[in-house]
Design a protein. Structure first.
Length: 454
């Protein structure tokens, strides 16, 4: 009965997204149809077994990953595990701006669920709670505080810590005589942008900031992450004031939202014109090549800069990177860090085999080295001694040690808000469709309220 009920809910959810979604949701659905995934082996053992012994060799487990930039590293992880145990781990990477949750819903409805799948916080938990395996008491839970917990039980395995801040090229700021620590609020941010803009030719810049708002595939960068800065920047990690407000009928606090919207307008003013239609590849390649002083992406781009875009990065001098807070109010001094997602275990899949795999992934002499060195993961496990050779590792460590981090509470807003509502509004604002910041904010506020009223 639970399976039938969940299937019905997923069908209704998909229909609702079809009726109300923007172009980004439509593109995600199309992408999902093009990625049917791998069939689960017919000879898989019973998911309900209570046998705690080491799984027998020859079994295949499948993992859905939503970060294309670590696909190569995850394949290395799978190969190492197969060499050790004889168990094949198939990696199914969903990238290119596709909506991973839409793809997973298609998998579920087709009876093709992976053994391990990605979910993001409370909103996705509500979708999958009936099929998630309870991981409470697993050995790895004693080695981290980053597991996903709901109702006092553990349901999600963390793989990394990521950071969201206004990312900068230190070499360019040094040449311009700008100390990133001096950017502490709206006035100093604007002054820095104006100075850099006046020196674009000298510094070899295409634009001051690479702020991209293309809504079909990059809905998550402005529609989710940048809107998420309004919720949390400058606040304690457990401060839920603004996510509580938005979840209470889609309300925004205009006293806080107005200066935040002015920051968004500043990005529109000084970004690359290509930002309204450009791709993720364009954005990261240009930043890696030294064409932007700032970029509105988080620490996850480090793996791409040293991987897919290593040639551009090397040609630009392998410059030092860092982050400053999205300080839209003077004195805001936190970046946002969190587990970006968790691995959940499908409770009708190869549960014991999947448990053994994630346990190995958590171990210092198991998968931690590959996750750090080849995937660029900043470990959430206290026993891990492996650090990624990642440009952002020191930034995350420094802000964390100083107690200057806020949370990612956008993971708890209504599912589909970014894809279906906010992303297109950010894109329209960047295109000049609104006459003023106030009109942008009024449009965004009404659209969020309407979405919550559905």
């Amino acid at each position: 009965m639970k399976r039938k009920a969940l299937a019905l809910l997923l069908t209704m959810s998909t229909l609702a997204m079809t009726l109300t979604g923007c172009a980004g949701a439509a593109a995600a659905t199309a992408g999902a149809d093009q990625n049917p995934g791998t069939e689960v082996s017919d000879d898989s053992p019973d998911a309900g077994t209570e046998d705690a012994a080491a799984p027998a060799g020859g079994t295949t487990i499948r993992l859905v990953n939503n970060k294309a930039e670590i696909d190569v590293g995850l394949h290395s992880l799978a190969k190492a595990y197969e060499e050790k145990t004889g168990i094949t781990v198939e990696i199914d990477s969903i990238g290119g701006g596709q909506d991973t949750q839409a793809v997973l819903k298609n998998y579920y409805q087709a009876g093709n669920m992976p053994d391990i799948f990605v979910f993001e916080g409370d909103t996705h938990y509500e979708t999958w709670k009936d099929v998630l395996t309870d991981l409470t008491g697993e050995a790895w839970t004693e080695d981290t505080e980053a597991e996903y917990v709901n109702g006092g039980k553990v349901y999600g395995f963390p793989t990394t810590t990521e950071a969201i801040g206004l990312t900068y090229n230190k070499a360019i700021l040094d040449k311009a005589g700008i100390d990133p620590k001096s950017i502490t609020g709206p006035e100093s941010m604007r002054a820095a942008f104006e100075k850099l803009d006046s020196m674009k030719d000298e510094l070899g810049l295409t634009s001051v900031v690479g702020y991209y708002t293309e809504a079909a595939n990059l809905w998550w960068t402005a529609g989710q992450h940048l809107l998420g800065t309004y919720l949390d920047v400058g606040l304690a990690r457990d401060d839920t004031t603004y996510i509580d407000l938005i979840n209470d009928g889609g309300k925004l606090d205009m006293e806080r939202a107005k200066p935040w919207a002015e920051m968004v307008a500043l990005f529109n003013e000084y970004t690359d014109d290509n930002g309204v239609s450009g791709t993720y590849d364009d954005q990261i390649a240009n930043f890696a090549a030294g064409k932007y002083a700032f970029v509105t992406q988080g620490s996850w781009i480090g793996a791409a800069m040293t991987g897919n875009y290593a040639d551009q990065y090397a040609a630009a001098g392998n410059f030092e990177v860092g982050m400053i807070p999205y300080a839209f109010i003077e004195g805001q001094d936190t970046i946002q860090t969190n587990s970006p997602n968790w691995w959940g275990l499908y409770n009708e899949g190869n549960v014991e085999e999947a448990k053994a795999f994630i346990q190995w992934c958590s171990e210092n002499d198991g998968g931690q080295e590959i996750l750090a060195k080849e995937c660029g993961c900043v470990s959430p496990f206290t026993s891990s001694t492996h650090m990624p050779e990642d440009p952002f590792a020191a930034t995350i460590s420094d802000y964390t040690a100083a107690g200057k981090t806020s949370a990612w509470h956008w993971q708890g807003w209504k599912e589909g808000l970014a894809q279906n509502v906010s992303a297109v509004i950010f894109q329209d604002f960047a295109k000049g469709s609104f006459k003023s910041t106030d009109e942008f904010l009024e449009t965004l506020s009404k659209a969020i309220e309407a979405y919550y009223a559905q």
